[in-house]
Design a protein around this ligand. Structure first.
Ligand code: KG4
Ligand code: ZN
Length: 389
């Protein structure tokens, strides 16, 4: 049994997972209310909130699992990527717990955690049924507020290797959702608001589009000869396009009214009543364009690398339209696809404890000088350099 701790951004989370396959508890303390007035995560406030929450959250995870520290085999903690101060709270506490309990500590890359959210639930489904595990290798799209990455994931016995075959050259997709929601006077985080309101607009009203990211792809250096440019993402342009649309169409006043009228925790009905049809069409068109781009490049990468399944995880994977579109295309192509449940799509510690299980089997433990690595990467990168448009 592993106790996982996750504090890389704005959720303080702890969970107990048995054998990387059975979630005994999964506690998440959200900081949304703290960051809401600022329309985004304030790093210093995030660290302070983690400090306040970490002890009660870990205690709650043990209590819900019905165990004590003595019953654990190891501790696992996210060591990057993320906010340095936020990561350090989890790392310092996990180190102290592991030292005091005399148990090993395992460092987990947050991005690997998101991939293991899918594997954890697949293992849960498979136990007690004759469901087939997803065929490998898999292509994993990790799409969140901080990341838009494509990885080839392979299993070798108990361990996993990853190769980065696609990434954003500027903003992450979740960041685009958050920034567009903010500029339209909607709440934070923006993804769930766009998701809820887009259902009421015409997704084809405004023809936003993405062109291929200009890149110097060193094809000769890539032994596969694959053109890496076609799986690069860029989401900063669409945010500017939405802003220009609001300026050209004189929407500033209605945006300010909405911003001023939406209370601290509005309902979808309240937000909807403050959006005219033009705004709803803009939201739906923005969401369609982002999802189309994610879908096209993900399936292109799946084809280029000849994978046998797709894993889609991270906060944006909670998006309903994204799930519908990806599932439809995967079904057309007869490619197995898996998403985590909504609770495991966004940041949580069950995915960290699950990703640590293969490490425990391989005695791959953190050194005593473990520290935060805010820009930690996952796996080997495919050869590609990029100039954003
Ligand atoms: O994985 P996550 O909890 O944290 C990071 O590692 O970034 O992802 C949070 C991101 C935010 O940008 C949020 O707006 C987005 O995921 N998100 C969504 C939805 N739910 C959360 N984006 C689109 N649709 C959603 N339903
Ligand atoms: Zn995340």
């Amino acid at each position: 049994m592993i106790l996982g701790i996750e504090t890389s951004c704005d959720e303080t989370a702890a969970a107990v997972v048995r054998r990387g396959a059975e979630t005994l508890s999964n506690i998440v303390a959200s900081q949304i209310a703290t960051h809401l007035p600022y329309g985004g995560v304030v790093p210093e406030l995030a660290s302070r909130e983690h400090l306040r929450n970490i002890v009660p959250v870990v205690r709650a995870a043990l209590r819900e699992a019905g165990i004590t520290f003595r019953d654990l085999d190891a501790f696992a903690v996210t060591n990057g990527p993320g906010l340095a101060g936020a990561l350090l709270v989890g790392i310092s506490y996990a180190k102290a717990l592991a030292y005091a309990a005399g148990k090993p500590l395992i460092a987990v890359n947050h991005l690997e955690g998101h991939i293991h959210a899918v594997l954890l639930e697949q293992a849960q489904l498979a136990s007690g049924s004759d469901a087939e595990p997803l065929p490998l290798p898999a292509l994993a799209l990790v799409v969140s507020g901080g990341h838009t990455h494509l990885y080839l994931a392979r299993r070798h016995g108990d361990s996993w290797t990853y190769r980065n075959v696609g990434r954003t050259v500027d903003d992450a997709a979740g960041e685009a959702f958050d920034k567009v929601a903010k500029l339209l006077g909607l709440g934070y985080p923006g993804g769930p608001w766009i998701d809820a309101l887009a259902a009421h607009g015409n997704p084809y009203a405004i023809p936003f589009s993405f062109s291929q990211v200009k890149a110097k792809a060193h094809r000769r250096e890539d032994p596969t000869g694959i053109d890496a440019r076609s799986t690069l993402f860029s989401f900063s342009g669409i945010k500017t396009a939405v802003l220009r649309y609001t300026q050209i169409h004189g929407m500033a006043e209605s945006i300010e009214v909405r911003r001023a009228s939406l209370g601290a925790s509005p309902t979808v009905a309240e937000a909807l009543s403050l959006c005219d049809q033009q705004t709803l069409d803009l939201i739906a068109s923005f969401q369609r364009a982002v999802i189309d781009d994610l879908r096209r490049k993900t399936f292109r990468a799946a084809e280029m690398h000849g994978v046998n399944s797709l894993f889609i995880s991270g906060g944006v994977a909670a998006n309903r339209e994204l799930r519908v579109r990806f599932t439809a295309e995967a079904s057309d192509r007869e490619l197995p696809i898996a998403f985590p449940s909504l609770a495991l799509s966004t940041d949580n510690a069950a995915m960290i404890a699950a990703a640590a299980w293969p490490r425990l089997l391989g005695n791959d433990f953190a050194r005593p000088d473990l520290t935060a690595d805010p820009s930690l990467t996952l796996g080997k990168a495919a050869a590609q350099t990029a100039d954003p448009l």
